[in-house]
Design a protein around this ligand. Structure first.
Ligand SMILES: [Zn+2]
Length: 410
């Protein structure tokens, strides 16, 4: 072999080795770092850091094509303690989704995992087609056992009353998500306030003139008042911000990219609700991406879930403020207190549970008089109880900027 041939072979070998090393480096990088793109920062543009010691470690779901819409709602359901418990209670075989979800959740506690099984059960054949997260959220809830689905199911009463006081229609219908219209014909650039939108949803309206309704009792057309009331308040209330609307000018569906103000506490006539999950939609109608931000019921920190990528939010949302978002699509709230003073509803409290966004500590002290333990100022959010007793917290009462927790023995 001549020297020059030998040198050439050595040169080619080195070149090949470099190529292989480069490829290995690329593979390692692609495994370690998530793909950074438009959707890799959360909607407030906050940077995200990894979990630190003591935080819970949550796992992601692989994207099977364009299945981020499903992944985001599956993570919301996984992170809903009462939902997981309701699945565990069921042993009836006819609720196939229960078993698929239980299996998925069991794996998800330990590892990131695939969703092929659930996709098949939900009848999703084309995994590359972008679908609506809300649609599949509702589909899952309609397929799980009644105890699990009831958690999310509310009821609305729609009634119409003529100007002479005759009730011309009165119907009750269930809902999984409460759709709030975001279209503002006057100004689409202003911020949409979820609290106002929620109140507007229940505002009565009057029809008159050529829109008058026929009343059987009056035997003629008459002005009428249309009302909508929440008849059954679900334990978990999901608001759907209608970002996808049909535009009659272009005769196509368009996405409304309005900024929204999301309250951490939603006050309704009978209950207060605490925000614990947001499903975000980024991008356009067809080329969008879904992610979820969820507050853990275990360590009370907010995490971001983007398919297989899960991290604790570096800047935790402040529950005393509202969230500003350009991407919020589904807002998931859990019931936090009953407003009616004379209610018999009892909310059992265990250490680590949350009441109105505050983690409850149960301090055990034999010196404390259990009668005094009934009232605690907000901010401490702790209740002192004798060591061996079981107590229930049954009410939180707001009085002149002070919040009292009332407890009673079980
Ligand atoms: Zn009438």
């Amino acid at each position: 072999m001549t020297d020059s041939l030998f040198n050439t072979i050595i040169f080619l070998l080195i070149l090949k080795t470099c190529e292989i090393l480069n490829r290995i480096r690329q593979i390692i990088r692609s495994v370690k770092t998530p793909k950074i793109g438009l959707h890799e920062l959360d909607n407030e543009g906050l940077s995200i850091m990894g979990s630190t010691g003591g935080d819970k470690v949550y796992h992601g779901l692989y994207n099977e094509g364009a299945t981020c819409y499903l992944n985001s709602v599956l993570q919301v359901l996984f992170m809903t303690k009462v939902f997981r418990e309701a699945l565990e209670c069921n042993s009836e075989e006819k609720y196939i989704v229960d078993f698929k979800l239980k299996r998925l959740f069991t794996t998800l506690m330990e590892n990131e995992t695939y969703t092929k099984d659930i996709l098949l059960t939900l009848g999703i054949e084309n995994v590359h087609e972008q679908c609506d997260a809300a649609e599949y959220f509702e589909k899952i809830l309609s397929m799980v056992n009644p105890k699990a689905s009831k958690l999310f199911k509310g009821e609305l009463r729609h009634s119409t009353t003529c100007s002479n006081g005759h009730i011309t229609s009165n119907e009750i219908g269930p809902f999984w998500t409460l759709p709030l219209s975001m279209a503002d014909p006057l100004d689409s650039s202003n911020t949409y306030c979820v609290n106002d939108g929620f109140c507007d949803f229940f505002k009565s309206s009057t029809v008159s003139g050529e829109n008058q309704m026929y009343c059987d009792d009056c035997e003629m057309k008459a002005d009428a008042t249309i009302e909508c009331r929440m008849e059954v308040y679900p334990d978990i209330l999901t608001l759907l911000l209608k970002r996808f609307e049909f535009d009659y000018y272009t005769m196509t569906y368009v996405k409304i990219n309005r900024s929204v103000e999301v309250p951490h506490t939603l006050q309704t006539e009978e209950h207060d609700y605490e925000l614990y999950a947001i499903v975000d939609h980024f991008g356009t109608l067809r080329g969008g991406h879904y992610t979820a931000k969820i507050k853990s019921f275990e360590d009370h920190n907010w995490y971001v879930f983007r398919d297989s990528y899960v991290k604790k939010l570096c800047f935790q949302p402040n529950s005393k403020r509202t969230e500003r978002s350009n991407s919020a699509y589904l807002l998931v709230y859990k019931k936090s207190l009953v407003k009616n003073e004379h209610t018999t509803n009892q909310i059992p409290v265990n250490p680590g549970d949350e009441v109105a966004g505050e983690p409850v500590e149960i301090k055990t002290s034999e010196d404390d008089d259990p009668d005094d333990a009934g009232l605690e100022e907000h901010g401490h959010a702790s209740v002192s109880v004798p060591e061996d007793s079981q107590w229930d917290l049954w009410e939180r009462v707001d009085v002149e900027a002070h919040i009292y927790l009332c407890i009673t023995p079980t």
